[in-house]
Design a protein around this ligand. Structure first.
Ligand SMILES: [Zn+2]
Length: 449
């Protein structure tokens, strides 16, 4: 059954599709409910026809008084405080559906078996209020036509087994309509869950910290400390209520987290280059806590390259769109290399704020420091990390940037070591051919020195 067909089934005007809707229904019971309940109750305290909060009629004429009370408590929300924490389907065949309710109660439904509840009241072939609540929820989307016959043990509603109903409508569709958190990947251990929450919430961190910074306990400013307390509070609740954790994962999904992460990285790249420019223009200033000379700027950039690499490898396994992640990582790395290629000049050439300058060429030129004079135990700046990414998306989306860097590296030939040029060309050999065919071969004619 498609979503469209299902929504056509959802004709009951009082259908509850969200918790907010359920709350409204609780606050203002429908006319139907009030009338039916009061007219039935006039003749019997436990009517043989129960009208649920959703306005659907359930036939319980076969039930004894006690079972009718249970059914009523389950089907009329004002009479219970049952709440879904989260639900999941196991890999069994047929699938077993598990519904984790508040107060550590679990209702299980699978295939032709009678639903089971862990509350203790569900025995001797009699359903409990949780099972009746589940049946009420699962049927809340059907049309109001005739009364729905309930089985005493909760095994059927209008002769249909609940597990079959779920299979027919689709578990995800039902969970979506009823706003039930659905567990899609295994829950992590508690410690890992806290880490994951720190990662997720870092997207809202007020001082632009990255997930890795967010976990450290360094002294922070007030808003950041407040935020840390807020994160701890959420983590405490999520440990107790895994449904909250699942909901957080749905809101702060991996694609969104990657977007925020790379926006922060972009900002840091800009800040590193800006601070370096400021150093050249004004020298070490009071506003500049760290003196961002050639060496410090180089170290900041190396740190960013490492942060990008670590984030990429941490996320790639679980990321819903690996090419997008690689493309974003590639763009940030290329931006760093592009900025360095733009800074192949003597930073001290025109300064007036001091007469004491470093004499070693590498301490005067950012490009020389990072590309030419790298220590033997370090890999090729940026390129080593780029080599760890799949190149297709990076090349397709950022070809102009790659081409621009290549030209700058060629111009800087005096300082660009052959080894570096070779690695760059090895990384992007196909791109030159592709670009040549796309642009009518003009770029292929450009001499490669
Ligand atoms: Zn129960």
């Amino acid at each position: 059954m498609s979503v469209e067909e299902l929504s056509k089934l959802s004709l009951a005007e009082t259908m509850v599709t969200t918790r907010a809707g359920a709350a409204r229904a609780r606050a203002a019971p429908s006319q139907d409910t009030q009338q039916s309940a009061s007219s039935s109750e006039a003749s019997s305290p436990t009517p043989s026809l129960i009208v649920s909060t959703n306005g659907l009629q359930y036939d319980v004429s076969e039930f004894d008084g006690d079972l009718r009370k249970r059914a009523k408590r389950g089907l009329i929300y004002e009479d219970n405080d049952i709440e879904m924490k989260f639900c999941e389907a196991t890999e069994d065949d047929p699938k077993k559906y598990l519904f984790h309710l508040a107060d550590d109660i679990t209702v299980a439904m699978n295939g032709g078996n009678t639903p089971k509840c862990s509350c203790g009241a569900n025995e001797d072939g009699r359903a409990c209020k949780h099972i009746f609540w589940m049946l009420g929820q699962l049927t809340s989307q059907v049309q109001k036509t005739q009364p729905l016959q309930l089985a005493k043990d909760g095994s059927t509603v209008r002769d249909t087994r609940p597990a079959e109903l779920i299979k027919k409508y689709g578990f995800e569709t039902i969970a979506g309509h009823l706003d039930w958190p659905l567990l899609e990947e295994e829950l992590p251990e508690e410690e890992d869950m806290v880490d994951e929450i720190a990662n997720m919430l870092s997207v809202f961190e007020p001082t632009d910290d990255l997930p890795a910074d967010f976990k450290s306990d360094e002294t922070r400013d007030l808003s950041s400390r407040k935020y840390q307390e807020f994160k701890d509070l959420i983590a405490d609740h999520a440990k107790k209520n895994n449904g909250l954790y699942i909901q957080l994962q749905g809101i702060i999904d991996r694609a969104f987290r990657a977007r925020v992460f790379f926006a922060k990285i972009d900002h840091r790249i800009d800040r590193a280059f800006d601070a370096f420019q400021e150093y050249i223009a004004k020298g070490p200033t009071r506003t500049n806590a760290a003196q961002v000379d050639v060496k410090n700027c180089a170290n900041r950039l190396k740190g960013l390259v490492q942060t990008i690499a670590e984030y990429y490898h941490e996320q790639i396994e679980e990321h819903p769109d690996p090419e997008d992640l690689a493309t974003r990582a590639g763009k940030a790395l290329l931006d760093i290399l592009d900025g360095v290629a733009d800074r192949d000049f003597d930073a001290y050439e025109n300064i007036t704020w001091s007469s004491e300058h470093p004499t070693d060429p590498k301490d005067r030129n950012l490009f020389v420091f990072l590309i030419y004079a790298r220590p033997e135990d370090e890999g090729l700046f940026v390129l080593d990390t780029l080599q760890g990414l799949p190149q297709d998306g990076v090349i397709r989306h950022h070809w102009a940037l790659i081409q621009g860097i290549l030209e700058k590296l060629n111009r800087s030939n005096l300082w660009t070591p052959q080894e570096y040029m070779d690695a760059f060309r090895t990384l992007y050999p196909e791109t030159r051919k592709r670009a040549a065919s796309e642009t009518g071969g003009s770029s292929a004619k450009r001499p490669m020195q």
